[in-house]
Every structure is written in structure tokens, then in C-alpha cells.
Design a protein around this ligand. Sequence first.
Ligand code: G4F
Length: 315
Amino acid sequence: MAELLLAKGYEVHGIVRRVAIEDPEHRLVRLEAVRSRIKLHAASLESYASIHQVVANVLPEECYHLAAQSFVSYSFDDEFSTLNANVNGTHFMLAAVKNVVPECRFYFAGSSEMFGKAEEVPQTGRTRFHPRSTYGISKVAGFDLTRNYREAYGMHASSGILFNHESPRRGYEFVTRKITSGVARIAAGRSTELRLGNLDAKRDWGHAREYVEAMWLMLQQDQPDDYVIATGETHTVQEFVELAFAHVGLDYRNYVTPDPDLFRPAEVNLLLGDASYAKNRLRWSHVVAFEALVREMVEADCRTLGVQAKVRSMV
Ligand code: G4F
């Protein structure tokens, strides 16, 4: 997001926790490409005062609220901190913007996890929410808060209901990066096994670089609104695994071990988004195909470990 905004000539400010500012080599490593060009402020989603202060210092014209406890699995381990950070954090952001710079345009990062046990396929902006985790519940609450600030206070506040979006910068705990980094380690001879949970879950995976463009477009519209952002294609975790291993010339069946501990107490089995509203209104569409996304992530992890990926046709 920061890269996109900088390329468009924006002055970019970000919020990080104080511990991160004090330990940038470890905690801000994924900001390396932009760190010298953005201004970071210490604040916490758990403290209204800290957020209010940053908003008052910066006086933003656009605010992209992407911060959250965003790992669904972890939300089963600590429901309380997930709800606290995600629901109150969103409320604090909205309230600070409303109180200090009410004309600022606001983006809330909704999630396809809000659909959860989805009632229809594909999911659109009209599909009913049935979240399956406190993470999903917290995103429904954030979505409702954002809409309420729009309706009650006239704020230009929009939500993107984004389906899974990935890139080589993805955190290692999420399944795509866990797979591609695991494949690279196995190809480099540093590991012999990859333990995974539910291989049958289906996700609509797109490229993060294209999804941030959709977020920006939402805030350039005259009227605030809510949009589903997705590719319209769904694949199983197993398909991702097969492609990733094939890319280094390996058969996943020799390395992947099913681990019952990695299954979730309540799973979201099938996500598939219909982004036609965003296509019509924002003129947004995705270009990067599933195979290209897997290849880019595997190659990036292989490069880091000095492994040459065997380029194979991934049909
Ligand atoms: O990569 P995941 O952890 O992502 P998940 O739960 O779909 O959520 C991501 O996308 C959401 C948008 O839809 C965001 F809102 C959210 O913040 C996050 O970015 O898991 C994907 C699937 C799940 O069905 C999970 O059960 O992969 C399955 N899976 C199988 N084995 C695994 C594993 N997931 C993880 N993290 N680790 C495994 O070993």
C-alpha cells in the first residue's frame, strides 16, 4: 500500500507499535523497500489516546485502516485479544478521524472471512455474513462500525471485502507462505517435511499488489461504498501445494504430512468471490493468475535460499 501511494506522490505516514520502532531490524523487515520514504509513528490499536495523537499530528486526507490481529488460527487461541484489538482498534481509528479530520476519507479492511459458512457461491456484496471465528466476527463488527460512521456522521468511509491476497511478503504463518518457504527449504536440503492442516479448504487467492490498487480506487470515488474484491477463481490448498512442489521438480506426496493439530475448530470450507460490482464501479480487475502467483512466491523463497527453481509448465 505504501509503495503504491508513494508512486502516486503521496506523503505516507504509518502507525507501528513502540516495540517495533525500537527494534526495526527484526520487526520492520517487510517495510525495507519503503522505510526511508515513509514516516512511522508509535501508537497502539489498544489505546485511543495514542491514535488520536497521531491523527492530530498528521492530519491525514486518506486513512487506510489495515491493522488487525489478522491470523485466523490465532483467533481461536486468544479470542479476547483478537476482538479487543480488531473491534476497539477499528472504533478508535474511526472515532479519531471523525473527531479530528472528519473530511478524511477512510478505508476499512473487511475480509471474506465475514462470509464464513457462506450461504451462496460465489459471494457478493449481498451475501449474508456467517463468520466462523472471532476474527471473522471482529471484521463483521468493523464493517458495521464503518457503515454506521458513514450513515450517522456523513464520513467518506468505505469497506473492501477482500478475499485472500498474497505476495512474497506474506507472513510465514499463513498457508501460502508456509508452503512456498517450506518448498524452498526442502529444495535447499534444509528440511524434509512440511506439516499442514486441512488441504481440502478452498480459497480465492489474488495478488496483494493488485488488491491495494482496489483500496485506493475506493477512496477516489465521489461516494463511499462497500466492495467485494476477488479473482472469481477458487483452488484447494492441495492445488497450491502441488503447484509449489512441482515448480522445484518435486512430488508433494513425498514431503507433506497431515497434522490434525493444524485443523481449525470451525473451518471456512469454500470462498469464491464475485467482484463484478467493483469491476463496474471502480473499473478494477485482477490480472495475475493463480499459477503466476504460486510461481512468484516459490521463486522468491528459493532465491533467498540460493536455490534455482526448475521452471516447469504448471498446468
Ligand atoms: O492462509 P490462511 O491462514 O488464511 P485464511 O484463514 O484464509 O485468512 C486469510 O485471508 C483472509 C481473507 O479471506 C484474511 F481476512 C485473513 O486475515 C488472512 O489473511 O489459511 C487458508 C486455509 C485455511 O482453510 C486453513 O485451514 O489454509 C488452511 N490450512 C491448511 N493447513 C492452513 C494450514 N493454514 C495455515 N495458516 N497453516 C497450515 O498449516
